[in-house]
Design a protein around this ligand. Structure first.
Ligand code: FAD
Ligand code: SIN
Length: 532
């Protein structure tokens, strides 16, 4: 028996929770399906803050200009204007939900600065902005009678009309009907029906060997959407954050760009402040430029990292503004007032994703997407720092408004969805294939689909990913599903979409830089991929 909701939200980061709260506040029944604990999300790790025009000396047009400039000619200007104009309202909404943004001693809001911004406009809660937002939203969800949170439920596949019944002339057109989700506590696949589904599954950082993203960021929503025939675009634009803490393992703790905003300087192994050789904005140039500059310095010197130097500031000032970063470094024996921080670029953010309009609607009826999983056109070829949290809140509101309208107009149809068929397949005893293939996937993407690309490297990556794809599909059809298998299958698909898009782009623009086409084409265009 499937359970029925007005809407199912997949994901419990800023996008999913903001959206669910809006729908529930309009009186609709919502299920939030999330694969770990509710707080496990990229949102929970956000440091620098949320960009919005809130000061008298700033102007939305300036924020628009900075975003267009960072996006390197590929932003959708209408999307940029529509989303950024709602910045101040989104801040008010978050504050209303209990997010206490940091203030100066005189009571004014504290505004941080990050790369590519011509003004101080980043609202933050010290350097733990995401955690503060996540906690406030979870508090709201917990207190709502209309929201059921299903933790440890891994959404596997969208259920669409075309999958469950005949679609054709005069018959039902395709639309989303629900979701299959694996209950990781019982190991059973459950069926959930709804009038509408929101994908809010976040990013893909985990497909790379080195990433700032936590383990949940495996691109499941993009894979599900693509398999359902939904349009996906601009997957080649992977943002590498310039300054992740260099460590011996693959975890990459972020050293926020806001640290550079407060005056920290990048230095190479010779101690030289090198950014002035790459961009007039030096250490506060947009991320694609800074990450490429670091990559180039590391390649030239053969050093494993560069340095971030914040030694000009007193321990009190750094500890007060960046307590999380200060504490993390101190625990590793790095004292920021006297030691430089070893930093390297790491995979951080996906600018492409499931294509949506400005109502968060995808190309499949009843399917919405917002947050990092979605591609609205705001970021173009390179996201401006701290525009992501903002986009998630604005698009959750716009999407929720559209969905409430959709629910009012939707014909009510109730019918049983088919149960998931696992057959009598047995648990796999060849799990080593999964860990081996996961490792190969991550290394392939890191080595061949990184900051600087070539056609040959991309083709090499494609061949390797195709092999992994064949193996995982064989495995998928032969064994009972579990979370690591489902996740790896999604990651392999996402990797192949990144490579396909990268090979389609015959130019260098924003985050996609290839030695074979070092220049920009005169006209910019999105790369769209749809399953045939
Ligand atoms: P997420 O917050 O990642 O949430 C995704 C949710 O989907 C999670 O709950 C996850 O468990 C769930 N999920 C995924 N797949 C499934 C599945 N198959 N089934 C069920 N549930 C699933 N941006 C800024 O604007 N400012 C910043 O200061 C900033 N700092 C950052 C610092 C770090 C270290 C990182 C990693 C990112 C940062 N970003 C920042 C980016 C920003 O945090 C993210 O883009 C944003 O939080 C994404 O929100 P989201 O709701 O779309 O996804
Ligand atoms: C940071 O704090 O540097 C991350 C900001 C972002 O990703 O927008």
């Amino acid at each position: 028996m499937s359970k029925f909701y007005d809407a199912i939200v997949i994901g419990s980061g800023i996008a999913g929770l903001s959206f669910a709260l809006k729908i529930a506040e309009a009186g609709h029944r919502v299920a939030v399906i999330t694969k770990k604990n509710s707080a496990d999300s990229n949102t929970n790790y956000a440091q620098g803050g949320i960009a919005a025009v809130t000061s008298q000396t700033d102007d939305v047009e300036m924020h628009v200009a900075d975003t267009l400039d960072a996006g390197d000619g590929l932003c959708n200007e209408q999307a940029v204007r529509e989303i950024l104009k709602d910045g101040a309202a989104s801040i008010e909404e978050l504050a209303g939900r209990g997010v206490a943004f940091s203030q100066l001693d005189d009571g004014r809001v504290s505004l941080g600065k990050e790369g590519g911004h011509s003004k101080r406009r980043i609202l933050h809660v010290k350097d733990v902005t995401g955690k503060a937002i996540e906690q406030a939203l979870i508090h709201g969800i917990t207190n709502s009678d209309n929201i059921e949170v299903l933790e440890h439920h891994f959404a596997i596949e969208l259920i669409t009309a075309s999958k469950v019944r005949e679609v054709g002339e005069g018959k039902l057109s395709d639309k989303v009907l629900g979701v299959y989700a694996l209950n990781s506590k019982t190991d059973e696949v459950e069926t959930y029906a709804a009038s509408a589904v929101l994908l809010a599954t976040g990013g893909i950082g985990q497909v790379y060997q080195f990433s700032t993203n936590p383990s949940i960021a495996t691109g499941d929503g993009i894979a599900m959407a693509y398999r359902a025939g939904v349009e996906v675009r601009n997957m080649e634009f992977i943002q590498f954050h310039p300054t992740a803490l260099y460590a011996n393992d693959s975890d990459r703790f972020l050293i926020s760009e806001a640290v550079r905003g407060e005056g920290a300087i990048l230095r190479n192994f010779a101690g030289e402040a090198f950014m002035e050789r790459y961009d007039r904005r030096k250490d506060l140039a947009p991320r694609d430029i800074v990450a490429r500059a670091i990559d180039s310095e590391m390649k030239k010197s053969g050093a494993p990292h560069v340095w971030l130097d914040v030694r000009g500031e007193s321990a009190e000032v750094i500890r007060d503004r960046f307590p999380n970063i200060y504490g993390h470094c101190e625990a590793l024996g790095i004292h920021l007032e006297k030691d430089m921080i070893p930093v390297v670029p790491a995979a951080h953010y996906l600018c492409g994703g499931v294509k949506t309009n400005l109502n968060s609607e995808t190309s499949l009826k009843g399917l919405y997407a917002c947050g990092e999983v979605a591609c609205t056109g705001l970021h173009g070829a390179n996201r401006l720092a701290s525009n992501s949290l903002l986009e998630a809140v604005v698009m959750a509101t716009r999407g929720a408004d559209a969905l409430i309208q959709y629910l009012a107009e939707a014909e009510s149809e109730s019918f049983e969805l088919p149960e998931w068929k696992d057959g009598d397949l047995r648990d796999s005893d060849e799990r080593v294939i999964l860990s081996h293939n996961l490792d190969e996937l991550k290394r392939t993407l890191w080595d061949y689909v990184g900051i600087v690309r070539t056609t040959k490297r991309l083709q090499r990556a494609r061949t390797r990913i195709q092999n992994l794809e064949r193996e995982i599909n064989e495995y998928y059809w032969n064994f009972k599903v579990d979370e690591s298998l489902l996740q790896l299958r999604n990651m392999i698909l996402v990797a192949s979409l990144i490579i396909d898009c990268a090979l389609l782009r015959k130019e260098s623009r924003g985050l996609h830089y290839t030695l074979d086409y070092p220049n920009k084409l005169e006209t910019s265009a999105d790369t769209t991929v749809v399953k045939q």
